[in-house]
Each structure stands twice: as C-alpha cells, then as structure tokens.
Design a protein around this ligand. Structure first.
Ligand SMILES: [Zn+2]
Length: 310
C-alpha cells in the first residue's frame, strides 16, 4: 500500500476528454472512464483527485471499479467537478455515491477511499449493448441495490461477480427467468416497500433451499443453459428467480388475508408444498425456513395493502 500524492492546491482545469454521465453509475466506474478517455491510468488519475490508499500494483488499481466503490470527501468532490468539467449537481444526480450521506468526513485535504466492500449497494456491470447505444465502449458499473441487474431491452442479466466470464447471461435462453423478472417488477410497482421486503424474505428462504440441494435438476439445468457453474453462488439468484418470485407473491397473498391462525398457516404451508412440488422441488428441505417466516407473522404483521388482479 502506498499514499498517492495529492495536488496541494488541486486541479484548476478540466481534462480535455469528457466522459458521458450514466444514471446510477458508480463513482469508481465514472472516474475510470474519465481517466482512460484522457489516456491516464486509474492510479495516475487518483493522484490528481487527492490523497488515498491504493495498491502499489497499478493492475490491481485498474480492477477497483469492478470490486468496490470509490468515495470522496468534499474537497475530493470539488476536484472531481474541476477534472470532469461537470457541475456538482449533474454529477450528484447521476452518481449515487456522491450523495451527502456517503461523502467522507474531513474537510481540508482532498481524500478518496475504496473500502473493501461498497457501502451503498453492489457494483454491477451495466448491459454493454446499452453502452454501445450511447457510444460508450468501456464497461460501466452501476451501484445496484441487489447484486444483479436485468436489461429488459436486450434481455441480459449481469451481476457483481469479480470473475470475468461470462460477463452477462443472455436471458433468451431462460425465458422463465425473464418472465419472473417482469413479475417481480410488477410486485415492486404495486406494493413498494412491502414488495421489496417479501422479495428479500423469499430470496433468503429459497437460497437456503438451494444450499440444501444445489444439484436439484431444475436449477442445475438452468445454470447449464446460462453457462454458469451449477454450484456457484453467482448462479443462485438467477436459477431460482421463478421460484423466488412465486414464493414472494404467495407471502404477500398470505399477509393480505390478515388471518394468521393455525388453520390459515396450515393452509398456506400446504399451498407452498403444492407450489414446490409443482416445480419438482423437495418441500421438506425448505419447510423449517418457511415455519420461521410464519413465526414472525401474527396479528401485528404489516399488511401490504389491497391485492387486486392476482
Ligand atoms: Zn441493454
């Protein structure tokens, strides 16, 4: 590790080459594109933003935007404004990690940091075809609330995997996962926070299910079609997407009834057994997790609001 020298009084002029802003991009990804567009390595560019800790190996520094996010303090942000030639409002609107709550403390010297893990999401590769459509040839990393993204325009799945290949999955080979994604978007649009909460619960439960039987033919076959290793954790959210969304909808319907008596719980568990058996999965493996989820449901359980058309 080495300290990169900061410029004592900061940069005064913008770099000649500009980088187009992409909404939701990570700061690290943006500065990497800005640096490369001006013929600079990322390590060299960082020396112009301020002081921070980076690996002495420039190749490792080049991989930072893929592994984590870059955070700056207020003077560091001002240097970014000068170097990019873009007003702070525009930078902040496009780059979520420049929001005030993520700005580093310390106000005199310009500082930047790349923590081991990003603090406000996951750096997920943006669909490259969307980039080409805007004449952006370099990889773009988005700050995503979950460790994956789906581009419905080009039917591509991307994730935060630190391994290079495959850099995306073509969802045309997994139409059931594409449909599951649209179902999830519908759930989120209609139920907002409650939709997010049950999807997180369902994801956790189905992941436990997967851990109990990673060689389940239904999921292994999807991983094979996706070109991912069946036992790799990066495959899990994708290969289990249809079942996760089905479980999430079932949870919402159950909460919506507002009835959590013994008979209601038994009926819901029977529905879940039916759902899992229909997918060819062993219900017994996930039963304990479902019971744990049920334990938290009671008279005080939050209601997701009216459920219509489902
Ligand atoms: Zn796309």
């Amino acid at each position: 590790m080495t300290d990169a020298p900061g410029l004592r009084f900061g940069p005064r002029w913008p770099l000649p080459g500009r980088a187009r802003l992409v909404g939701g991009e990570s700061t690290g990804s943006f500065v990497a594109r800005l640096a490369h567009g001006n013929g600079l390595g990322l390590a060299e560019f960082l020396g112009r933003v301020g002081q921070g800790q980076a690996s002495a190996d420039p190749e490792r520094v080049e991989r930072y935007p893929q592994s984590t996010e870059m955070y700056v303090n207020e003077p560091g942000l001002r240097h970014l404004v000068v170097l990019s030639g873009l007003p702070v409002e525009l930078l902040r609107r496009a780059l979520p990690s420049l929001a005030e709550e993520y700005v580093l403390p310390g106000g005199r010297e310009a500082l930047w940091q790349w923590p081991w893990e990003a603090e406000n999401g996951y750096p997920v590769r943006r669909c490259a075809l969307c980039g080409y459509a805007r004449q952006i040839g370099e990889p773009v990393w988005l700050m995503s609330p979950q460790p994956w993204q789906v581009c419905l325009r080009h039917l591509r799945w991307t994730d935060d995997s630190r391994s290079q290949e495959p850099s995306f999955v073509d969802l045309r080979v997994l139409p059931e996962c594409s449909r599951a994604h649209q179902e999830r978007l519908r759930l989120m649009r209609r139920f907002k926070a409650a939709g997010t909460r049950v999807f997180a619960d369902a994801s956790r439960i189905v992941r436990c299910w997967w851990t109990g039987m990673p060689d389940e033919p239904l999921w292994a076959e999807r991983a094979w079609r996706a070109g991912l290793g069946a036992r790799t954790s990066r495959a899990v959210p994708l290969v289990t997407y249809p079942e996760t969304v089905a479980v999430a909808w079932s949870m919402l319907r159950f909460e919506q009834t507002g009835r959590f008596g013994t008979a209601d719980r038994t009926r819901w568990l029977a529905d879940m057994e039916h759902l899992m058996a229909g997918a060819g999965l062993d219900y017994a493996v996930g039963r304990d997790e479902l019971l744990r989820w049920l334990d938290d449901r009671g008279s005080g359980a939050p209601s997701p609001g009216p459920l219509r058309g489902r």
